[in-house]
Design a protein around this ligand. Structure first.
Ligand SMILES: [Zn+2]
Length: 380
């Protein structure tokens, strides 16, 4: 198929032109709704603060398959570093350049066109199709998917399958899908000592010296072994600070920031207890404040992963790999109301970078994979 004939490419370009730097939507969702409404979707805008969210549903039968994603993009960074304007879709060497090309406007366009094709061919398909789109994924993610999920839950809306269009492919389109994401939890630890003159250590209490054995023990602790889907939980220190700046003063406290990326083999409470137990073993006087950034989720192999894997294999010949690696995503919110959530989208090598791009030849196959997945799930 020539580029000119690709409706998905044209829609991707249209969406890139709308400069929806987080949390702005800049009309992306309106454009999507304009295309979905004639297909029989009831489209609803759910505003929360500065954030625009779209919930659209076609049909009222189960199972409900939802396509999820975000219209917001990360800031461009210095414009003069870009080879072409990030909001002016540009073709070079078989690639489409623009902010959001990979993360994730191509996925949004591919989902919409895939649904158009599927509904045209199978107007009486079983179940329902939904879209859950936010403009607050790249930002604090407090007014976006989480808000929509709470509303859907309150209404008793039952989701059965959800495909999140995050760019999960690594080298080739289809080589990786994400069936879970690790949780993230941070801690701010203040180890207390007594400030004093460095020449009179017996009159002070050095929090750096007190902290070191405990931190060493935390650093080598094995938190879990992981499981069939997850690598072991990891604990890392990100910041450590003590000292007044003077070389003759024992400081009064030592502040340590750390972060867990944890698997479903551990729990928030379990990890917190173990950290405190370890600090207590070292008889430390400390304050510890926790921030849970996101809970882990896991979709074990099942009907959704099979439908998607088969679609990828038929379209690309690639046997996809299930992975739970990488950062957090909105999948964590959707997993609270949907038993099967899988993320799949284009290659992610250029996301958030200067000169973000996507291989043009991957665009229609991506759309076809989404369509084939619907065929696998919604035709009896
Ligand atoms: Zn994204």
């Amino acid at each position: 198929m020539s580029n000119v004939a690709s409706k998905t490419l044209a829609l991707t370009e249209e969406l890139i032109t709308l400069s929806s730097v987080t949390p702005e939507d800049k009309g992306c969702q309106e454009r999507m709704a304009e295309l979905l409404a004639p297909l029989g979707f009831a489209c609803e805008t759910i505003q929360s603060g500065a954030v625009t969210n779209l919930w659209a549903r076609r049909g009222d039968a189960q199972p409900l398959l939802v396509f999820a994603g975000h219209t917001d993009v990360v800031p461009t960074g210095p414009l003069d570093k870009w080879t072409s304007n990030p909001f002016q879709p540009t073709h070079r060497d078989g690639k489409l350049y623009g902010r959001g090309a990979a993360d994730m406007k191509t996925s949004l366009a591919a989902m919409v066109v895939a649904v158009e094709e599927f509904v045209a061919a199978h107007p009486d398909h079983k179940g329902s199709i939904g879209f859950l789109i936010t403009s607050d994924e790249e930002g604090p993610a407090t007014d976006g998917t989480v808000v929509v999920c709470e509303q859907l839950k309150a209404r008793g809306e039952q989701l059965d399958y959800c495909i999140v269009g995050e760019p999960t492919s690594v080298t080739h389109l289809g080589d990786m899908i994400k069936n879970g994401r690790r949780g993230t939890m941070s801690g701010k630890l203040v180890i207390k000592g007594i400030q004093g003159h460095i020449a009179y250590p017996h009159m002070a209490k050095n929090p750096i010296h007190l902290a070191m054995p405990a931190l060493a023990a935390l650093a080598i602790e094995k938190w879990d072994e992981g499981n069939d889907y997850y690598a072991p939980t990891s604990w890392q220190m990100s910041n450590i600070h003590a000292g007044t700046g003077a070389s003759n003063v024992i400081p009064g406290e030592c502040v340590v920031d750390f972060n867990f990326r944890f698997s479903t083999a551990s729990t928030v409470e379990g990890l917190q207890q173990r950290v405190c137990a370890l600090l207590d073993q070292h008889s430390l006087d400390y304050d510890l404040r926790w921030t849970v950034g996101g809970l882990p989720f896991l979709t074990p192999r099942g009907s959704l992963s099979s439908a998607l894997s088969e679609a990828i294999l038929s379209e690309t010949g690639i046997t996809t790999e299930l992975s739970t690696a990488g950062g957090t995503s909105d999948g964590r919110f959707i997993a609270q109301i949907c038993p099967q959530v899988i993320e799949f989208g284009p290659t992610n090598a250029s996301i958030h970078q200067i000169d973000e791009n996507i291989v043009i030849a991957d665009i229609d196959p991506l759309k076809n994979i989404y369509r084939r997945t619907m065929e696998n799930l919604l035709l009896s």
